[in-house]
Design a binder for this molecule. Structure first.
Ligand SMILES: Cc1cc2nc3c(=O)[nH]c(=O)nc-3n(C[C@H](O)[C@H](O)[C@H](O)COP(=O)(O)OP(=O)(O)OC[C@H]3O[C@@H](n4cnc5c(N)ncnc54)[C@H](O)[C@@H]3O)c2cc1C
Length: 463
């Protein structure tokens, strides 16, 4: 049987970053990516679905010098973001975080960014097998290897391969991760209790639309999010400007939500009195565009779908992790990275940066026989970011349209103008509302301190 030092499952940002680091540190490294066809890539590659927005400080979290990133990856440099509530709107022109990148952020071509990471891994000497999936993983905890447990991977072509270390980077569907980790859970317990895709993920849907130039100009350097327009925990539509006059228009919403479970359906701008069920993703987008631009434009004619992008004629539907992270069973020589471990933020869907960083850490530690440190090292690297994201997601969990208006009103009051810059870092109170926002944020952060945001701790695995 073929034998390698490090095997990686999944060739997205987490997996390719792990492969690049592992190979750079001299490990014999093989990565398996099942391979997905896309309109915007020749041949198969990773499942590159993303709104593809990057904030300034996320580039530092990825541990890249922004000047390294090839020009053809970047679509638009951003000056800010707009959070639009039913009545109040907040405009932010800074993330309020220290960052090397001089702008607010950028939007990017996700498939090209993934391909660049793939190239870096290949240049470092990793063996990237695109088109070969992993079907099964079995761990031998008592293997007679000087570095402890080994793993046997069964591949989609029927071959088997043995690896000393495994990095699981199979994304939010976690098709290999769940069973692989269940080898080490207590009887009657399962990792699915925390990371089952229908419960721990949202569904994301997006369309590529070509806007009339004068309309596109209004948001060509801005990300737009509409909060309190559709029901569900962290459910919201967005528009992200891309190249030319094309923008990605998308949304995220809980999986399996029913209209009868929505309190106050009449308060949501994207629901209609005659709805007998919740709208589909495409119907939500149609209603959003109609509401925002329908007065002046014929949506299908003036803002058409761009069909040569995405996974299926200009559209894509994909699960997105919207939970809290888990520790990895490092005692079994396994690290889980990126979306598979639950790092993507339920609050703003950012996840590319933490996928890259956890992948880089996992690859380096696997290659240097120090994987035992993985859970500590990833917390030091991205713990503050996770803490912010899970705290915000918790605060807004039950917000209804009025709550969003209230919160945006408070943020605007704090600034005394229409921008909510440095919302949290300002730390002063502008009346009762502001105190309430800051207090609940601080309380959540306190509750989750010292890695308390982890859903499944390392000491809960059994070897
Ligand atoms: C619509 C949408 C919008 C988003 N917007 C943003 C954004 O603007 N900014 C941001 O930072 N993040 C965003 N995210 C989140 C971001 O895309 C994820 O956090 C990130 O892709 C996670 O990277 P990953 O490598 O862990 O997983 P993925 O990118 O999901 O990669 C996993 C890979 O594993 C492969 N795979 C799965 N199972 C197997 C198997 N058994 N064998 C072999 N290969 C396998 C898959 O084909 C896939 O290529 C968005 C996500 C979605 C869905």
């Amino acid at each position: 049987m073929e034998r390698v030092d490090v095997a990686i499952v999944g060739g997205g940002p987490a997996g390719t970053s792990a492969a690049e680091r592992a190979a750079s540190h001299g490990a014999e490294t093989v990565l398996f990516e099942q391979g997905v066809p896309r309109e915007d890539r020749d041949g198969i590659g990773p499942d590159s679905t993303d709104a593809a927005g990057m904030l300034d400080y996320w580039i530092d979290i990825m541990d890249f010098d922004y000047r390294e990133i090839p020009d053809e990856v970047i679509h638009r440099e951003l000056e800010g973001t707009e959070f639009i509530g039913p009545t109040n709107t907040v405009t932010l022109t800074t993330t309020g975080m220290e960052a090397s990148y001089p702008k607010f952020g950028y939007t990017f071509h996700r498939a090209r960014m993934d391909d660049w990471l793939h190239e870096r891994a290949a240049d470092a000497g990793a063996d990237l097998r695109v088109g070969t999936g992993v079907k099964d993983l079995e761990t031998d905890l008592r293997a007679e290897s000087e570095n402890g447990p080994t793993h046997t991977l069964t591949l989609s072509n029927g071959d088997r391969l043995e690896a000393q270390y495994v990095v699981l980077a199979d994304g939010p569907q976690r098709r290999i991760t769940l069973d692989a980790l269940d080898q080490f859970t207590a009887p009657g317990r399962s990792v699915s209790d925390h990371l089952s895709p229908p419960k721990a993920n949202h569904i994301a849907y997006q369309e590529y639309r070509d806007f009339p130039p004068e309309l596109f100009e209004e948001f060509e350097d801005t990300l737009k999010f509409w909060w309190g327009y559709m029901p569900g925990e962290t459910a919201y539509p967005w528009v992200f400007p891309n190249d030319g006059t094309v923008a990605r228009v998308g949304l995220t919403m809980p999986i399996g939500m029913e209209l009868e479970n929505v309190a106050n359906p009449g308060s949501y701008k994207l629901l209609r009195p005659d709805d007998d069920r919740l709208p589909s993703g495409s119907e939500y987008i149609r209603r959003l565009l109609e509401q925002e631009y329908g007065d002046e434009y014929d949506i299908e004619e003036d803002i058409p779908l761009v069909e040569d992008r995405g996974k299926s004629k200009g559209t894509e539907t994909y699960p997105i992790s919207s939970t809290r992270p888990i520790d990895s069973p490092v005692g079994a020589n396994i690290a889980v990275a990126g979306g598979a471990m639950g790092t993507t933020s339920a609050f703003h869907e950012g996840g590319y940066h933490v996928a890259v960083r956890t992948g880089k850490i996992a690859g380096r530690l696997a290659a240097t026989d120090s994987l035992a440190n993985y859970n500590d090292v990833w917390k030091r690297a991205i713990g503050d970011e996770i803490l912010r994201n899970v705290s915000f997601a918790d605060i807004v969990k039950d917000y209804e349209p009025d709550d969003w208006d209230w919160a945006f009103g408070v943020i605007n009051d704090m600034q005394g103008d229409a921008t909510g810059n440095n919302l949290i870092s300002k730390g002063y109170s502008a009346g009762l509302g502001a105190s309430k926002v800051l207090l609940s944020y601080k309380k959540r952060k306190f509750d989750y301190r010292n890695g308390g945001y982890v859903q499944l701790r390392e000491d809960e695995y059994f070897y």
